[in-house]
Structure formats: structure tokens, C-alpha cells
Design a protein around this ligand. Structure first.
Ligand code: AMP
Ligand code: ZN
Ligand code: FE
Ligand code: FE
Length: 308
């Protein structure tokens, strides 16, 4: 038996030195680079995220709430206690393909600077969108007030469509959260209200100024055929994106492999994560995804090596 090698690192500011490792090293720790807390639309408080990551055997976990860094302080404090590295990040929506284009931005902890300013604008627009969404539901005969919806979230700026989905289920207007999206909330459905989206070049520039890096989340959401996806990923790489989320927990193995190939062709890091949201997105766990996720910790080192 080869002894298990521990790659637990100390916590504190994210600082991951690049060091090449031989392929024969066994017992590498896994990581999860895509997790939501109730600082946005997940159901666990930020401090629970590193606990769950530690329990799953992760050496590092990235908290990537929508449009906000507000969970990072509590998550980082707890991460230090449980011996997990906390990567500061968030997820934002971009205007790019006709379909949804989400971007994961990493190593952006600071509540100041160009990237922070972009987030302020996105949060303001989220509040505007959510107010309109509640009004739309009332017009449709479903009485969910904006205030009631806010009361189910950790804060006004944390509120997202999954909170509305849970309320729709509670009111009997949908059978489940996915059903609430299918019937009411998804793009093209009666209660869909668009929210602001930033051009990918603008996010990449703001992230660069804040020494962060951009990764295309769940690339198949772009809903592009392979050749067009290849071209789109090339365009994002040209704008400064450093990776694509090839190992997305909800993709089958063949698709993950294809996406890893796509990353390699464009010299991008093939990242991965669960997109864990707690109870609002059933069947996913931190670090393990749907049971077969395995993102090696060297992926984080490769990402950190691309920091500007
Ligand atoms: P928001 O940022 O408030 O527009 O909400 C986006 C969140 O809604 C994402 O985190 C997704 O997980 C969730 N979501 C989007 N579309 C669906 C869908 N069709 N079914 C279930 N959840 C969805
Ligand atoms: Zn979400
Ligand atoms: Fe997303
Ligand atoms: Fe997400």
C-alpha cells in the first residue's frame, strides 16, 4: 500500500504556488469549484460550505454565489477551522450566446475595485428584476408578494428565482422546483423577467483588474452545436477567459471528456464543480456531485497559475 498523501493546505488569503506533480502521486485530494450558499440561492449558510467540503474529503472549495461575495467572510473563517482552503469567487450572467452564459470568477475577495463595481450594478438589477417578477406573478393570479419572497432569502440581494420556485410549490402552483421553472420561471415562460447581463469582455477586464480569473460555467448551457461551441470558447479565450467547466457534475462522462478536449484545444484549464445549492437542487453533493465527480486539486493550482 502506498501511503495516502495529504494535500490539505493552510487557509487564509488564496495563494497556491504552482508546482508540477508527477502522474504517479496517489491519494490526491479532490476539490469543488462551484458551490452556492444562502448568500445567494443556495440553502446552506456560508459557514456550512467548508464543513460539507471537509466531510466529503475536499482539500479546497470555491464559494461561487450569484452576483455577491458576501458569504466569503463567514465561509473563510469556518474553512480555517475545518482545514479546507476556501477559494473566493462568484458566478455572474453574461450576454453572449442567445442562451444562458454563466461565468465563474475566482480569486476576487475584495469588496472594492473594478470587479466589485460590476457586482454592485448586477445586484441592483437583481432587486429590480425580482420586484418585477413578483408583480408579474400577481398579474398571473399567484399572490406572492415581493416582501414574502425576500423573507425566504437571507437578504434582499440574495433573492433569486429558486426562492420564487419554492414559493410556487408551496402555493400549489407547481409540483416541484424544476416544474416551477418549466411552468413559470424559465426563459420564455409567463413569469420570466430578464435580468442584466454583462458582456464577457467587460467581466474579463474587470476580473483582470482585480487579479481574478474567468471560467465559462456549464458550457453546454450556451446551447450551441459542437463547432459553434468551439468557436465561442475560442472567442472567450481571446477575451482572457482561462478555463471552462468541463467536469460539471450534471454532465454525463462522455460530455465531460469532450469538453476537456475542447479546453485542451484552446489551452484552457478544464475545471469542475457540483453547482451544489443545498435542498433547492436535489441530488447534488459538494465534492461528489451526483456521486461520480472527481476534480483533482491540481486544477486549482493550474487556475491560480493563470492569475494576472
Ligand atoms: P436567478 O439568478 O435569480 O435568475 O436564478 C438562477 C438560478 O435558477 C440558477 O442558480 C439555477 O440553478 C436556477 N435555475 C435556472 N433555470 C432552472 C431550471 N430550468 N430548473 C431549475 N433551476 C433553474
Ligand atoms: Zn443558483
Ligand atoms: Fe450557473
Ligand atoms: Fe451555479
Amino acid at each position: 500500500m502506498t501511503p495516502r498523501v495529504s494535500h490539505r493546505r493552510s487557509c487564509g488569503p488564496v495563494r497556491v504556488p504552482w508546482r508540477p506533480r508527477g502522474p504517479d502521486i496517489v491519494g490526491r485530494a479532490v476539490i469543488d469549484l462551484h458551490v452556492h450558499s444562502n448568500a445567494s440561492d443556495g440553502t446552506d449558510p456560508p459557514g456550512a460550505i467548508p464543513e460539507l467540503a471537509a466531510a466529503a474529503g475536499c482539500s479546497a472549495v470555491a464559494l461561487t454565489d450569484h452576483d455577491t461575495l458576501s458569504g466569503l467572510g463567514a465561509a473563510r473563517a469556518r474553512a480555517a477551522e475545518v482545514g479546507v482552503e476556501l477559494v473566493g469567487g462568484c458566478e455572474v450572467s453574461c450576454a453572449f450566446s442567445g442562451a444562458s452564459t454563466h461565468v465563474l470568477v475566482y480569486f476576487v475577495d475584495h469588496e472594492e475595485g473594478a470587479f466589485h463595481d460590476e457586482l454592485v450594478g448586477l445586484r441592483d438589477d437583481r432587486v429590480r428584476r425580482n420586484r418585477l417578477l413578483a408583480e408579474r406573478l400577481i398579474e398571473l393570479g399567484i399572490h406572492i408578494s415581493y416582501e414574502e419572497a425576500v423573507a425566504t432569502a437571507a437578504s434582499e440581494e440574495s433573492l433569486g428565482r429558486p426562492h420564487f420556485a419554492a414559493l410556487l410549490v408551496e402555493r400549489g402552483a407547481a409540483e416541484s422546483i424544476p416544474d416551477a421553472f418549466d411552468r413559470w420561471l424559465a426563459h420564455g415562460r409567463p413569469a420570466f423577467v430578464p435580468k442584466a447581463r454583462v458582456l464577457p469582455g467587460r467581466i474579463a477586464a474587470a476580473a483582470r483588474e482585480s487579479r481574478g480569473v474567468c471560467v465559462l460555467a456549464h458550457p453546454l448551457s450556451l446551447e450551441l452545436p459542437p463547432r459553434e461551441l468551439d468557436r465561442a470558447v475560442g472567442e472567450l479565450a481571446g477575451l482572457g477567459f482561462v478555463g471552462i467547466e468541463a467536469n460539471y457534475a450534471s454532465y454525463p462522462p462522455e460530455q465531460r471528456e469532450e469538453l476537456a478536449g475542447l479546453a485542451a484545444r484552446h489551452d484552457l484549464v478544464a475545471t469542475g464543480g457540483s453547482d451544489y445549492h443545498g435542498t433547492v437542487k436535489a441530488g447534488l453533493s459538494i465534492g461528489r456531485g451526483r456521486g461520480d465527480l472527481e476534480v483533482q486539486d491540481e486544477v486549482l493550482e493550474r487556475l491560480a497559475a493563470r492569475r494576472p
